[in-house]
Write a protein that binds this ligand. Structure first.
Ligand SMILES: *Cc1c(COP(=O)(O)O)cnc(C)c1O
Length: 366
């Protein structure tokens, strides 16, 4: 028998999930919108953080939102008792029956879903949300369809009354863009004659646009400690990062000036350089398009990416950390290094990076 190998001795790419920080972020969001109820968005495996883990950490949320039916079903099968909205709704009567059977709340976004509800004859009326398209042009009924569809839904025995309304903001992260005001004006215009509950604000809306705060807010990215705004970080919004992605330094070599490094030889050392190799790459979800110069953290000091990201490794110019050693921990984003900065360096948004960590990354809960 081989000797037992401790996990610590072999650990490479891992994500530390500080679920309690998500709970603190929820409290911070509540302090911004004390009168609103919070529907915590935990779709896409809670933006890569683990859906069930985050649902437990956010037990104080008034409801959860997921994108798809199977996400809602797996929460129910794990015993999560809170209200759960399914943002994409259902496409068939069978799927509607699954929603009804498991107490999920579908979002109605199309007229044909109203027809499915009218034909379904559910034993108890289902709570459903009606989504209005005020400019996102993705899902939602058009303002002109609102009156006729609402009156059909009001007469539908399978639908619990009153029906709450929602809409989604397309540009709320752009602080100077008047499109959010236009969307709100449309939303208010169609819903003003009703006494129903409303929900519009995502993270950007609730943090920056007072007019979008209503009965329910739907934060996603901010719960994970990340700013929805370009050129800002979660720390500036008083939020704490929940995920810290780390690995280890597995090699250090001195290379001469003028040495080409990595695939394509894209990076050429300007002078003699200590070149490090860290065990993480796009096979772990570190973005392949991160540019040379993107920061990583070793011993709380910043060093920079040098050359293209490979599947399993990145190469680093270690000039910023003269005392680092093979085996040192390397932080790719999270505590001490905002994921927003890395997203900028890779030409993408933090949502994409958080959702994108792969199966190979070991999750460690603190
Ligand atoms: C994902 C999503 C949210 C949350 O958005 P954030 O920008 O992550 O806060 C809210 N509402 C809907 C409809 C969504 O799809």
């Amino acid at each position: 028998m081989p000797a037992r190998v401790t996990e610590d001795a072999t650990r490479a790419a891992h994500a530390i999930i500080d679920a309690a920080a998500a709970g603190r972020n929820l409290r911070r969001i509540r302090s911004v919108v004390p009168d609103a109820r919070v529907m915590a968005v935990i779709k896409a495996n809670a933006y890569g953080h683990g859906m069930l883990r985050i649902a437990h950490a956010l037990a104080e949320a008034d409801a959860f939102a997921v994108a798809r039916t199977d996400e809602g079903l797996s929460l129910r099968q794990c015993g999560i008792p809170q209200r759960i909205a399914v943002l994409q709704g259902f496409v068939s009567e069978d799927e509607l029956q699954a929603h009804a059977g498991y107490g999920l709340e579908p979002v109605i976004h199309s007229d044909w879903q109203v027809a499915i509800l009218e034909n379904a004859h559910l034993s108890t009326p289902i709570r459903a949300w009606l989504k209005v398209d005020t400019g996102m042009r993705r899902l939602g009924i058009l303002p002109a369809e609102f009156e006729p569809l609402v009156s059909r839904l009001r007469q539908c025995a399978s639908v619990a009354q009153p029906i709450p309304f929602m809409s989604h903001l397309a540009n709320a992260d752009e602080l100077g863009d008047s499109f959010t005001d236009q969307q709100m004006a449309l939303f208010r215009d169609v819903t003003q004659s009703t006494a129903s509950e409303c929900s519009v604000a995502n993270s950007a809306g609730l943090l920056a646009w007072e007019s979008t705060r209503s009965d329910w807010v739907r934060p996603g990215i901010s719960l994970y400690g990340v700013s929805p705004f370009p050129n800002r970080t979660g720390i500036e919004e008083d939020l704490e990062p929940v995920m810290t992605l780390r690995t280890r330094l597995i090699s250090i070599r001195q290379i001469e000036a003028g040495t080409r490094v990595g695939y394509g030889g894209d990076w050429i050392s300007p002078h003699s350089t200590r070149l490090g190799v860290a065990a993480i790459g796009y096979g772990d979800g570190y973005p392949r398009l991160a540019r040379s110069g993107t920061p990583v953290l070793i011993r709380n000091q910043r060093v920079t990416l040098a050359g293209r990201v490979s599947m399993d490794m990145i190469t680093l110019d270690l000039s910023g950390c003269p005392d680092c050693r093979v085996g040192d921990l390397v932080t790719l984003w999270g505590q001490g290094l905002p994921v927003e900065e890395i997203a900028n360096g890779a030409g993408t948004i933090p949502y994409d990076l958080l959702c994108g960590i792969t199966q190979r990354v070991k999750i460690i809960e603190t």
